[in-house]
Design a protein around this ligand. Structure first.
Ligand SMILES: *Cc1c(COP(=O)(O)O)cnc(C)c1O
Length: 397
């Protein structure tokens, strides 16, 4: 098909040209004497994106799922009691991993469309005076349902109970895009991957840990090899890796961190909020609802849009792909056929969001849904024109 294909899935996200070009280099010797000149500053840059000033980061040649596993194996022991919650496909999968690795998982099940049950966590932690719970897990941004949870609130619950449990956060679809502050929120293990907010292809598991996680590591009894902190630290401290690193991806990561830090992390959060609010204005104007049940849970990186009962969302997704060369996100597991998703994270701007909304609108109309042409897109235009970032030309007037 002529023209670009349009990618609006919530990962992999669009890769900026600058990042793509930064990866287009000859293969390098990862044991070369000057390799640490590249890697040591890179570790520092990645830590900045997490707002982690006291701990360190680990860059694994894996996907985000590997960083989930690394966090568990390096800080906990088989049979440890942990508190988790489940309200979407990704929080479900992390629970499943914890169970399969032999943790004693206490799961709080919530409806899909809700977020981390902070009050229930608070009550549970307060009741645990013997401190049996060794870690509390929270999925910051549930990508399947477009729900963002209150991680600061979870830290508040731990502190209110004076509870020493580690705080483990899945930030795969939030970090680098929406507010995340590892230091301020006391996050011990912050998990991410390369193909979402970091605007890279898949292939890196990115784990940022606090000094307390490094302390817990000393007593953690899981056997581990590939994800071992010890092996990583021994080599990373000299700028090297215990096995072949994904050097091209590291080159790309270096560039994407430069772009993130140059735009300013707070500016990036504001951009994602502005773009997401435009998408939500469109959803309202279409007369549709988000899967996220309350405004406090609205995600600024992905919107899961419910289609009316009796309609199959997969038809809209197929239509967008076949007729308009556009990938919208599908509904996963329990919400399959009920939602289509628009990923609006990473290398994204108003024009790209307008394309997504136009194509979603056309596809819904093509599928016979009762949607007025120009309704959602019009509402988004109104939002964007009334909430502009002042360009230098406008500012100068
Ligand atoms: C994408 C995603 C993952 C899984 O990451 P992979 O890189 O596919 O292993 C985990 N959690 C969340 C919230 C995600 O969005």
């Amino acid at each position: 098909m002529a023209g670009y294909n349009h990618l609006y899935i919530p990962g992999p996200t669009n890769v900026p040209e600058e990042v793509r070009m930064a990866m287009n280099v000859c293969m390098q010797d990862m044991r070369a004497p000057d390799f640490p000149d590249f890697t040591k500053p890179l570790f520092q840059k990645v830590q900045k994106v997490f707002k982690n000033t006291t701990g360190r980061v680990f860059l694994y040649p894996s996907s985000g799922t590997g960083a989930w596993e690394a966090a568990i194996q390096n800080t906990l022991s088989p049979g440890d009691k942990v508190l988790m919650s489940r309200f979407g496909q990704f929080s479900h999968l992390w629970v499943d991993m914890a169970q399969r690795l032999g943790l004693d998982v206490e799961v709080i099940d919530c409806e899909w469309g809700e977020g981390v049950p902070v009050e229930k966590y608070a009550a549970r932690l307060k009741a645990d005076t013997a401190h049996e719970i060794k870690a509390v897990f929270a999925t910051h941004n549930e990508t399947a349902t477009g729900v963002t949870s209150d991680i600061k609130g979870v830290r508040g619950a731990l502190d209110a109970a004076n509870h020493p449990a580690l705080l483990m956060v899945d930030g795969v679809s939030s970090i680098g895009s929406i507010e995340f502050d590892q230091d301020a929120w006391g996050v011990d293990c912050a998990v991410s991957g390369s193909q979402k907010g970091f605007m890279l292809p898949a292939g890196l598991g990115i784990l940022s840990v606090s000094k307390w996680a490094l302390e817990a590591h000393k007593h953690a009894e899981y056997p581990r090899t590939f994800f071992s902190f010890e092996d990583m630290i021994a080599n990373n401290d000299n700028g090297y890796f215990p096995y072949t690193p994904a050097t091209q991806l590291l080159k790309g990561l270096d560039k994407s961190c430069d772009m993130i830090l140059a735009e300013g992390i707070e500016n990036i959060w504001a951009r994602h909020n502005r773009l997401a609010t435009g998408v939500r204005a469109a959803v309202d104007a279409w007369g549709l609802k988000l899967c996220a049940k309350e405004a406090k849970w609205h995600s600024d990186t992905v919107s899961a849009i419910l289609v009316p009962e009796g309609m199959d969302a997969r038809k809209v997704i197929s239509r967008a792909y076949e007729a308009y060369n556009t990938s919208l996100g599908s509904g996963l597991s329990k919400v399959m056929g009920k939602v289509f998703r628009i990923g609006h994270l990473g290398w994204m701007n108003e024009g790209m969001v307008m394309t997504a909304l136009s194509i979603a609108e056309m596809s819904m109309i093509d599928c016979g849904m009762d949607i007025k042409a120009g309704s959602g897109t019009g509402a988004a235009i109104t939002h964007f024109t009334q909430n502009q970032i002042k360009s230098s030309a406008i500012a100068a007037e």
